[in-house]
Structure formats: structure tokens, C-alpha cells
Design a protein around this ligand. Structure first.
Ligand SMILES: Nc1ncnc2c1ncn2[C@@H]1O[C@H](COP(=O)(O)OP(=O)(O)OP(=O)(O)O)[C@@H](O)[C@H]1O
Ligand SMILES: [Mg+2]
Length: 154
């Protein structure tokens, strides 16, 4: 048994990667290709961290052919992918949970769809259990790179 036993490294449950934009896009496209609905992905990160850039890449990999833009002024955009509908939400300007109700949040996150949420912290406890958390962070000393953190328990 001995040599077959690989202890799990303490850091294996978290991943840190500093990616340039091309690497982030490649990663997102691969992720998008591998996804199956129903799935809710939360992408956290400050302004300009790359949330929309990553969303566009995931959507491309998922087979969305419409242009994916930033839904900042509408809260939600809907696309069709190869395997299901895709909902892209940007909750930056969300002011109350009533606004989430108004856009049909409960139905969206229960649908057989891929749901990608920018600024998920705005929805707080309304994010459904089981969603996939991803976060992007600036690196002060590397303006062309972002720290990518993916996975973990929700
Ligand atoms: N490594 C990188 N990964 C992603 N974007 C990068 C990277 N390096 C530079 N950028 C630039 O950072 C910007 C990220 O913009 P993007 O709209 O994707 O951010 P965002 O997190 O969605 O912002 P917002 O909070 O305003 O919605 C783009 O202009 C992109 O070209
Ligand atoms: Mg954005």
C-alpha cells in the first residue's frame, strides 16, 4: 500500500494562479467547454478584476455565439449556449433583495441553465448553496496579471 498512498497536500483544496489575460481567457474557455447545467458560478473581484472577461471566455467555451457584454445597467442578460440557456448577472448596482425578486432570481437559479454572477457578494445569502465560487484579484506589482482562485465549499 505504502507507495500508492499520496497524502493530500494541505493546499490542494485551494488553488492560486496568477494569470495574464490570454491565460485567463484560455482557462475560461476550457472551463466553459467542460460545464454541464444546472450550474451557478459566482465570480467575485474588484472593479476591473476581469470578471466580465472571464464570463465572456466561459460563455464562448459553452457555445454561446451572441456577443456577451457587460450587463451593468440591466442586472441580467440571457444567452443560448449549446447545452442550455445562459444567464449572466452583474449585481454591482443591486440595492435590495426586492430587485432580485423582480428579475426572477429564484427561477433563474433553479433553472436547468448555466448562471454566471458577477458581484455575488451583493446577493449574500441568496446565492444558492452549491454554487461554484471563483474570485479574481489584482496583483499590485503585476498589472497584467490576476490572481485566480477557484473552488471551495459554499
Ligand atoms: N490578467 C488579466 N485578466 C483579465 N483582465 C485583464 C488582465 N490583465 C489586464 N486585464 C484588463 O482588465 C480589464 C478587466 O475588465 P473586466 O470588464 O473584465 O473586469 P470586471 O471585473 O468585469 O469589472 P467590473 O467590476 O467593472 O464589471 C480589461 O480591460 C482587461 O483587458
Ligand atoms: Mg464586469
Amino acid at each position: 500500500m505504502g507507495e500508492h498512498h499520496e497524502p493530500i497536500p494541505p493546499l490542494a483544496t485551494v488553488g492560486h494562479l496568477a494569470l495574464d489575460e490570454r491565460e485567463l481567457v484560455t482557462w475560461g474557455e476550457q472551463l466553459g467547454r467542460s460545464l454541464a447545467p444546472p450550474l451557478v458560478i459566482a465570480i467575485a473581484g474588484e472593479l476591473g478584476a476581469g470578471k466580465t472577461t472571464l464570463t465572456q471566455a466561459i460563455c464562448r467555451g459553452y457555445g454561446v455565439t451572441d456577443g456577451v457584454t457587460s450587463p451593468t445597467f440591466t442586472l441580467v442578460h440571457e444567452y443560448s449556449g449549446r447545452r442550455s440557456k445562459v444567464y449572466h448577472l452583474d449585481l454591482y448596482r443591486l440595492r435590495s433583495s426586492r430587485e432580485l425578486e423582480a428579475i426572477g432570481w429564484d427561477d433563474i437559479v433553479a433553472e436547468h441553465a448555466l448562471v454566471i454572477v458577477e458581484w455575488p457578494d451583493r446577493a449574500a445569502e441568496l446565492m444558492p448553496p452549491g454554487h461554484i465560487p471563483i474570485s479574481l484579484a489584482h496583483l499590485p506589482e503585476r498589472p497584467d496579471r490576476r490572481l485566480l482562485y477557484a473552488g471551495g465549499h459554499t
